[in-house]
Design a protein around this ligand. Sequence first.
Ligand SMILES: [Zn+2]
Length: 411
Amino acid sequence: MAHVEGLRCRECGHLYETAAIYTCEWCFGPLEVVYDYDAIRAAVTREKIAKGPDTIWRYSDLLPVEGDTAVDLGAGYTPLVRADRLAEALGLGEVWVKNDTLNPTNSFKDRVVAVALSKALELGFKTAACASTGNLANSVAAHAARAGLKSYVFVPSDLEAGKIVTTSVYGGNVVAVDGNYDDVNRLCAELAGMYPWAFVNVNMRPFYAEGSKTLAFETAEQLGWQAPDHVVVPMASGSLLTKIDKGFRELYKVGLLDEEPNVRVSGAQAEGCSPIAKAFIDESDTIKPVKPSTIAKSLAIGNPADGYFALDVVRRTGGGMSAVSDDEVVAGIQTLARTEGIFAETAGGVTIATLAKLARDGVVKPDERVVVYITGHGLKTLDAVQDVARPTATIPPTLDAFQAAFTIEEN
Ligand SMILES: [Zn+2]
């Protein structure tokens, strides 16, 4: 049971009734879900959550879906892994990896899509749609199939081939657009005004974005209902980072955390698309849109919708931001795989490389309990590592050839 009062403009505070709308008609500011926190506080307990499903729906009291339309492919409640070998490699103390590669379509997008399509069913939509850099396309296509909705997903035509296959297989419509993500997004904003479709990241965006809070909810629950000291989050639109911050604060507001959390939030971007990190590093209040050029395509949003909100969160919490090169991204993927056995997509490489940089710069400290968010699986971006992840040796099928290639020490 949700406890939604309506929607509110994040800029001017104007209130709206719950509907598939996303911008304020007074000031064009983005809309956000408004909850009755007293009602939530009265309804939730740690015990009730523990008895819920091992998915994001264990937190349904804190999500904006009313009624029984939850679309459940098993999104969420992914492992939070203590990463001592990674911590040692980076000169840090206590590091945890939130492994969201293990979602149903192998990225954190399953969290936001599950919430958006559940709300779409509740509001009576028959067709789901999205603009995507790839992971969202996978997730919308899969969840639409599960929910019995038609789907149209729009992606840049230069997307990794694997992400096209892992979307098309679900049988919806996949539209490859000759342009970058920002072009695709503009087209979808126009289409959303013409067709009665639930565009998860356009007219459903206020509900969709709330799904990201579950990453904070799970982190706190998995740490024994404690907030970490510092989190490192990849940034595309910047929405994920702001919602993780919001999630921790909500847990305190509804009585699920005993102490007011004081989580430092840091953001990660790739140099080839780092408008938010650049504004932070330059101490500027202006985010200048860029034309993306990076192997981290799932983060390649040149004009980030929530960039200013992300800047505010990082400045308010005393976190940091950094941008890393494509070579550092590949090294980040390798570091995580070789220390912890977790294979991340390029966005994860961005996040690990940024964590390494922030640790070197003293922003992330050895005495902090750090959580790093790994948001997508490495099988999605094999191209990025194919040149560095090769056979150790290629030999004829003979003992001599093996022994010529390797010197095996006695155990
Ligand atoms: Zn407004």
